[in-house]
Design a protein around this ligand. Structure first.
Ligand code: ATP
Length: 601
């Protein structure tokens, strides 16, 4: 496919924010793609040259890109910046200069693959002279493209290609491109959940067909989208779902780590599938020494832990380890322990379909008993609500977050919330039983004292996974410390956009919109119905809203926007409020406090 054909599709995609139209346009694009270029096209439409989990960023600053544009079209950098200021987008500025450039090539024959290769080259330059190499490669590339292609290619290294295409949209379009309907979507999604790589799945689909996609196995080196837990209002409800006997483990309040081990070494992936290997050299070393397997994929929760006193440190301490600089120094100061809780792959075999109790046995067989870094999460096999409450109390009194209950015969279900895992978290009286992970949608600029922070309030939303869009659920004006307001300001300045983003559905407008990217964990007292917000809006125009919201933590490092709480989960939480004496708000517990048994049960 010629790149100019692809950029024609970029134009069409940019022109709509309606999901069905996006899917339709994308499926037409995919129909035109060959099997050996479909993977590259899948990455390019998301502004990437690799799957999201690979730490390959084209990453060029505005200044660098402006120099490349100036060189390509015989202008001065200052001229480029001037037009950029006028048009508000570097791609548009480059397009205008390209249009007016006399020696513009008219016979545009660069293919999508060739452009992909050049962009990949730019991403991979390193060491001495990197800036010059990136600038000259980009400027040479721009010279060979038509004005519309120039616009889109410029937006890729800047990360400003905003087509609003999420994973579910690509999966629907892939199905539609080969099957005239969306019926292949669940199979494609399953393979995506196992590999987190849209390009990889699309290539199998195009080269080998849907049966081959069905047989996709998990692979060391490609992160598996994590299995997630459901919430239930009471221990009795949990027992109904989990069966006569079930496993219970403490819910550690750290961050999830997926460990991939093979002959080439150890790789670590975060909850949102980022490769975080470089950030945790202590875990990497610990796994090498303490996990006895040739190849394995295991999961655990990393938490700062004092082995001398057996004390778990609070999340605020653990999270200090997620940093870009002074990594070794912090690793010594605040060593992490990983509490392993599941095994997905062992010595060349995908074991996700084996029942949990077998996976757990295999996990125990490969983790050294007396290691200092990798430990097995404590597990109890329970049968009654009374036992759940006792174990829950013990976990809380040790400063942990609550309990995870697990069905003994369930497979590992990648990428989905299900009743194979049920979570119970500590919460204060008068609070919702769980926090809500919201996506920052926009910012209200400050008034009075808050002008100093640049932020006076926030508009946040949740994710509607059926429609692949973000819907508003509350405004947040209080419940943030001064430092948190400053942090929000810092983050939102970087992701500020001029108009409501394609995937945002909201009736109210903040002072400015941001790209839906940053997840904030929010505690509220209650979920109410409200005509203001679009979350779960019904025919009568009533949606859901959070009452008395306050910020618990920033989750920008371990959750992607699509990992935020979904509208369906909000509905469930809303209904659970009314389940009478079993109401989750009757959990009366806090860190270090033992809960009142009667009320929890
Ligand atoms: P949360 O915000 O409550 O951590 P989440 O959306 O990340 O939730 P859930 O499925 O709701 O995910 O809860 C499971 C999370 O709890 C896992 O992602 C993991 O990070 C953490 N966790 C802590 N201890 C355990 C455990 N023993 N088993 C499984 N997960 C655990």
């Amino acid at each position: 496919m010629n790149f100019s054909t692809l950029s024609g599709y970029y134009e069409k995609l940019e022109g709509t924010s309606k999901r069905l139209e996006l899917i339709d346009i994308l499926s037409k694009l995919f129909k035109q793609a060959r099997a050996d270029e479909i993977a590259e096209i899948c990455y390019l439409i998301q502004g990437r040259v690799a799957p999201f989990f690979e730490p390959i960023e084209i990453g060029m600053a505005e200044n660098m890109v402006a120099v490349a544009i100036a060189r390509a079209f015989n202008k001065k950098k200052a001229d480029v910046i001037k037009i950029y200021r006028k048009l508000g987008n570097m791609g548009k500025a480059a397009q205008e200069l390209s249009r007016n450039h006399k020696s513009q090539i008219t016979n545009h024959k660069l293919t999508a693959s060739e452009v992909f290769e050049e962009l990949l080259k730019i991403a991979k330059f390193s060491g001495e002279g990197t800036v010059e190499k990136k600038v000259s490669t980009l400027s040479e590339l721009l010279k060979k493209l038509d004005p519309i292609s120039v616009k889109h290619v410029v937006n890729i290294p800047l990360g400003t290609l905003r087509l609003g295409i999420g994973g579910p949209t690509v999966l629907d379009a892939l199905s539609l491109s080969k099957n005239h309907d969306k019926s292949f979507r669940p199979i494609l999604e399953d393979a995506y959940n196992k590999t987190s790589d849209l390009g990889f799945v699309a290539e199998i689909f195009f080269k080998k067909g849907i049966e081959a996609v069905k047989n996709t196995k998990i692979i060391v080196g490609k992160p598996v989208r994590p299995a997630l837990a459901e919430r239930l209002p009471s221990a009795e409800e949990a027992i109904k779902r989990l069966g006569r006997e079930f496993a219970a483990e403490p819910k550690f309040d750290g961050f999830r780590v997926q460990v991939h081990l093979d002959r080439s070494g150890v790789q670590l992936f975060s909850r949102n599938l980022e490769n975080t290997t470089h950030a945790f050299p202590d875990i990497v070393e610990g796994v090498k020494k303490e996990v006895k397997a040739k190849t394995a994929i295991l999961e655990g929760e990393a938490i700062a832990y004092n082995p001398v006193t057996s004390e778990f440190l609070p999340f605020q301490e653990t999270t200090k380890r997620r940093r870009k600089y002074k990594i070794e120094e912090m690793a010594k100061k605040l060593p992490l322990v990983i509490f392993a809780f599941d095994l997905l792959y062992i010595n060349g075999k995908d074991i996700t379909l084996k029942p949990y109790r077998e996976r757990r046995k295999l996990l125990e067989s490969i983790v050294s008993k007396n290691g200092g870094v990798v430990k097995i999460a404590e597990e109890k096999i329970l049968k009654s609500a009374k036992e759940i409450t006792e174990f829950f109390n013990k976990a809380i009194s040790e400063g942990l977050e609550g309990l995870m209950l697990k069905k003994l015969d369930s497979p590992y279900v990648a990428g989905g919330r299900g009743f194979h895992w049920v979570k119970f978290k500590r919460s204060q009286a008068g609070e919702l039983a769980d926090t809500v992970d919201c996506v920052l949608l926009g910012v209200y600029t400050g008034k009075g004292k808050r002008t100093e922070f640049g932020v006076g309030g926030l508009l946040v939303g949740v994710y509607n996974d059926k429609k692949d869009e973000f819907v508003s659920i509350t405004r947040l004006g209080t419940g943030l410390t001064d430092d948190e307001f400053r942090k929000v300001n810092e983050i939102s300045k970087k992701i500020k956009v001029n108009q409501k983003p394609a995937r945002v559905n909201s009736d109210i407008s903040p002072s400015y919109w941001v790209e839906p990217k940053v997840v904030l964990e929010i505690q509220a007292d209650e979920i109410t119905r409200s005509p203001i917000h679009t979350a779960g809006r019904d025919k009568d125009g009533s949606g859901y809203a959070l009452r008395f919201p306050r910020l618990v933590k920033f989750r920008e490092k371990d959750k992607r926007a699509e990992d935020a709480t979904t509208v369906d989960e909000i509905k469930k939480l809303y209904n659970q409020q009314f389940s009478h004496h079993k109401t989750p708000t009757s959990h009366k517990a806090s860190r270090g406090k033992v809960i009142d048994k009667e009320r929890f049960l």
